[in-house]
Design a protein around this ligand. Structure first.
Ligand code: ZN
Length: 419
């Protein structure tokens, strides 16, 4: 008898159905101005009856949380104590938060939910933040070099006398409003849900069985934003704004690998963002976890080998073709949702956009943000082996003020062989 009871306690509902909608599960009205009318996204597992979203918090780290619970180290009923966790600076609300065409891949009210949904907390709802803000100092060798070379000067406010840069940093987890995402991708919601369900190996049956649940917290990486200067100035079009939208490249960003321009571009963006803040403007670096053009690092390293082993060696003329041969697509980043992060800060105008990518530029401008100047990286900051990538991108129509190489000249741009 005891055994049977144990089994019942472990009973799992494989796929919940619309008929299982509980009164505790709050409705969500995406885009509503009043947070209480919009409703809180509830994705925690401590009370499954109150859930009104598919998936779980912490993006890909939800899987590690599960392992931690499995090993007995983490209590599954733990509720975070949010005392003193609130943002040190005020961000929003901005008009863009109420526009369901601008805000579909993050939840702006996920910042300090304990303030936005106090009444619901008092009723016992377990609402988790999906956005957090804090402050920090950055110590970056390239910035120290820029100061020594006289390109930058400590001012005691943005750049301190010991060469630290003061920043506000923001972590943003993905919260996807599926009808809005389908609309932006120009497909119907049902097709989007079916493809997400199938391609994740059937990991989220509610994508199919619960069409009434419109929000999904996907198991993917978050976005980190670094702000130089006053965060509220980001929403003021009259204040000069320098922006880099950067897609993660661990090899270059962290380890200094010389095959691409990612770290030099990131550091140049930080230098300019800090300089703009020193002049009374504001800078923002948005760092998206989309490793290897969102194809992943395994694919990326395979492509590096294929590029270097091909007949004639690594060449700018065949740069994109190699990626497509291995991955099936040149680029899987889909910049369509990238500007949501910028709209979270109320950005309307970018005076200096650090990016060569037309996809990024077009996604930003077509979301209603004005771009004044586009900035490409100075040649002196490009590693020799990265010339292949740089020239291939220019030839493919990426933004540059330089001459674009074609034909034989492009074929002559070569990288190192496998050593
Ligand atoms: Zn890179």
């Amino acid at each position: 008898m005891d055994k049977i009871q144990d089994k019942r306690a472990e009973h799992i509902v494989l796929a919940t159905h619309q008929g299982l909608k509980y009164p505790e599960s709050l409705p969500l009205t995406w885009g509503a101005k009043d947070p209480m009318k919009r409703g809180a996204v509830v994705a925690s597992q401590t009370n499954p009856r109150a859930r009104n979203a598919i998936g779980s918090h912490s993006g890909s780290y939800a899987v590690f949380r599960a392992l931690s619970i499995a090993s007995g180290q983490y209590a599954p009923n733990h509720r975070p104590d949010l005392n003193n966790t609130f943002s040190p600076v005020k961000i929003g609300p901005y008009e863009s938060w109420f526009d369901e065409t601008k805000m579909v891949s993050i939840d702006p009210w996920g910042l300090d939910p304990q303030n936005n949904f106090q009444e619901l907390f008092e009723k016992g709802y377990d609402i988790r933040p999906s956005i957090a803000v804090t402050q920090a100092h950055l110590q970056i060798p390239e910035i120290h070099e820029a100061i020594r070379a006289g390109r930058m000067k400590p001012d005691g406010k943005v750049v301190l006398d010991n060469m630290d840069i003061k920043v506000t940093k923001v972590a943003i987890e993905p919260v996807w409003f599926l009808p809005g995402m389908a609309k932006r991708l120009n497909i119907d919601e049902g097709s989007l849900r079916r493809i997400l369900f199938t391609e994740s190996g059937g990991m989220y049956p509610e994508l199919i069985t619960r069409p009434d649940l419109k929000v999904w917290l996907p198991p993917i990486g978050s976005t980190t934003v670094y702000i130089f200067g006053n965060a509220q100035d980001l929403a003021k079009p009259e204040v000069e704004l320098t922006c880099r939208v950067h897609d993660e490249c661990n090899g270059s960003d962290v380890f200094g690998s010389d095959i691409c321009t990612c770290r030099p571009y990131l550091m140049y963006g930080i230098e300019h963002a800090a300089q703009t803040a020193q002049k009374g403007g504001v800078g923002i670096i948005a760092y998206y976890r989309k490793e290897g053009r969102a194809l992943g690092e395994v694919t990326k390293f395979l492509v590096y080998n294929a590029r270097k082993r091909q007949v004639g060696g690594d060449s700018a003329a065949t740069y994109f073709k190699r990626t497509e041969c291995v991955a099936g697509v040149e680029d899987a980043r889909f910049q369509e949702f990238m500007p949501d992060i910028l709209h979270f800060f109320g950005i309307k105008k970018i005076h200096n956009l650090h990016s060569m990518s037309n996809m990024k530029h077009d996604a930003i401008t077509s979301s209603g943000i004005e771009v004044v100047n586009r900035i490409s990286i100075p040649d002196s900051l490009i590693p020799k082996d990265a010339q292949v990538e740089m020239e291939a991108k220019k030839a493919a129509g990426y933004f540059t003020k330089d001459e674009v190489k074609k034909g034989e000249a492009l074929e002559k741009v070569k990288g190192r062989d496998i050593e």
